[in-house]
Write a protein that binds this ligand. Structure first.
Ligand code: MLC
Ligand code: AMP
Length: 516
């Protein structure tokens, strides 16, 4: 399995693989560290076909943990570092990992201990697990020789990544070694990623963007990762100036912050001119940001589109026109279909060769399915194409533009995919809330900002209503990850509903800007 996903260890063993906090490791060193950790995982009972979860900040330890897992033929289950107890509990309950790897963070260790999670084990470099924190089956450092690598076919499960849907709890998206290698390999080829590249990677490593194209893309093509625990504009400038970064991958919120910085310090943009490639994805990049970035740096940001279920599906070309507001063409052998609504035929634009409808995708990068959810998986496919839920438009030249999500129940804020229903459920747990509607409103920095309209239980006077509106964001924040907290709550007398009783979030959203 490892050779599908980590050919760089044989092709470029002595080249730098990752620099973090001033220390650089080669691909061979990463491989050796992974072999050592795999001995510890094997001693904890991990074998081919198992899952290993990781609740780790971005660091080389995380890379080593993923590689050690794959070495044993097991699948990696990343946990969002911002998760709270209930979210972790759901993922662990669903993925049933043999082992959860956790770093020194005391809060995370406490949550896992409270959940009676399976063996926890600090990865190499994070120090030994503190006494008592690791539970009964904990594995201490071992001098066992690394077990032989499991020889597994490309259809072996390699990754289970949890993501929000329009209904229900987060679903585990299952990718095989083959879907990762094919999907990411095709994009890496398109962008000509290679050993001469140094990628400034400041994305979280529990999502497709950072983990798949960032980390796996680098392991596939021998890219030197300049890895950071979090994003800051100054970090990118320093990577460019001091470490010769050639590539940066960001979400639009990062570009927004970078532009704020460049507006305030235009002279600092000079150092970015020497880089080779800036890419954006995970959310729509406003055309104005594309233009402003070019004015500062001379670079046209290359926008691409992806999804946890499909990996990175559409991309503007490396050479040729990178059109602001568009996400380009299918990557590699990916095929797309635009599934029009019946009435779309009446759309006047359709007559001019513009297709509009829901994006369907098929190709080697697709997930094999949602973990344990046969029906939900089947419902997501139509005529061999996975239905993304994104409304798109394709012009006569084949360039695709994303118009937005079809459902108001999925919100994209700062590149995170957030289910409105999960936040509504948390609001409804409050004794003074009888109805709740959560949705996203346009926001310059975040793309979408989460807001909530609630109806109180019984009659509340103005002062009590104001107190409730103030209290609810904190209430949600205690139960769910901080980025799911509504940024504004309004207390209404009732929610607009259609004839079937469904809340009309579009109506609420339209009125949000003007209402008090
Ligand atoms: C942080 N906060 C957010 C947020 N991120 N609020 C809404 N949306 C978000 N995305 C809140 C925190 O809760 C906190 O608020 C406050 O912002 C500051 O927290 P922070 O930790 O200091 O935030 P920061 O480090 O500045 O994070 C912002 C960010 C981060 C943009 C760097 O959100 C991020 O890394 N986003 C990238 C997500 C990503 O990689 N998506 C890819 C999905 S894969 P408070 O009030 O709680 O203190 C995919 C496929 C594809 O989509 O196509 O790529
Ligand atoms: P996730 O599963 O978190 O990877 O989120 C996938 C969703 O992000 C897609 O279904 C789109 O709605 C959105 N998305 C990703 N890339 C883009 C982009 N370039 N433009 C607009 N939306 C995007």
């Amino acid at each position: 399995m490892l050779d599908h996903l980590f050919p760089a260890r044989r092709q470029h063993p002595d080249r730098p693989a990752v620099t973090f906090a001033g220390r650089t490791r080669t691909f061979a060193e990463l491989d050796a560290d992974a072999a050592r950790l795999s001995a510890r995982l094997a001693a904890a009972g991990v074998t081919a076909g198992d899952r290993v979860a990781g609740w780790l900040d971005s660091s080389p330890d995380l890379l080593v943990a993923v590689l050690a897992t794959w070495r044993l033929g097991a699948a990696w289950v990343p946990l969002n570092t911002r998760y709270r107890t209930a979210e972790v509990e759901h993922v662990l309950g669903d993925a049933t990992p043999r082992v959860v790897l956790v770093d020194a963070d005391p809060e995370r260790r406490e949550v896992l201990a409270r959940l009676d999670a399976p063996t926890t084990l600090a990865p190499e470099g994070s120090g030994p697990p503190p006494a008592g924190a690791a539970g009964a089956g904990a594995v201490q450092d071992s001098c066992d020789p690394a077990p032989d690598e499991a020889a597994l076919p490309a259809d072996a499960l390699a990754l289970v990544m949890y993501t929000s849907g329009t209904t229900g709890r987060a679903k585990g998206v299952e990718h095989t070694a083959g879907s990762l290698a094919a999907g990411i390999g095709a994009l890496a080829d398109l962008w000509r990623l290679g050993p001469a590249d140094r990628l400034s990677l400041q994305l979280p490593l529990f999502h497709v963007h950072g983990l798949c194209i960032g980390v796996v893309g680098s392991l596939l093509r021998g890219v030197h990762l300049l890895l950071h625990p979090r994003f800051a504009p100054g970090t990118l400038l320093e990577d460019a100036r001091v470490h010769g970064a050639t590539v940066f991958m960001g979400v639009p919120t990062m570009y927004w912050r970078l532009l704020q910085h460049l507006d305030a310090h235009p002279e600092s943009a000079e150092v970015l001119r020497g880089m080779r490639l800036f890419t954006s994805g995970s959310a729509p990049l406003p055309a104005a940001q594309h233009v402003a970035f070019e004015a500062h740096t001379g670079h046209r940001i290359l926008e691409r589109y992806g999804m946890t279920e499909t990996l990175l599906t559409l991309s503007n070309p490396l050479e040729g026109e990178r059109r602001p507001g568009f996400v380009g063409y299918p990557v590699g052998t990916t095929e797309i279909r635009i599934v029009a609504e019946a009435e779309a035929g009446e759309n006047p634009e359709a007559r001019e060769g513009v297709e509009r409808g829901e994006l369907g995708v098929r190709g080697p990068s697709l997930m094999r399915g949602y973990r344990g959810l046969t029906e939900a998986t089947a419902r997501s496919w139509r005529d061999g194409y996975f239905l993304t839920g994104d409304e798109v438009e394709r012009g006569p030249d084949g360039m695709v533009r994303i118009l937005g999500r079809r459902s108001t129940d999925l919100i994209k804020s700062g590149g995170f995919r957030i289910a409105a229903g999960e936040i509504e459920a948390a609001l409804l747990e409050h004794p003074e809330v009888s109805e709740a509607a959560v949705f996203g409103v346009k926001d310059e920095e975040w793309g979408e900002r989460i807001v909530a309209a609630v109806v109180p239980e019984g009659a509340l006077d103005a002062a009590r209503r104001a107190m409730l509106a103030d209290a609810l964001p904190g209430w949600v924040g205690e139960r769910l990850a901080g980025f799911k907290r509504p940024r504004e709550v309004r207390v209404l007398d009732g929610l607009p509903r259609n004839a079937l009783g469904k809340v009309q979030k579009v109506v609420l959203r339209r009125g949000w800007g003007s209402a008090g």
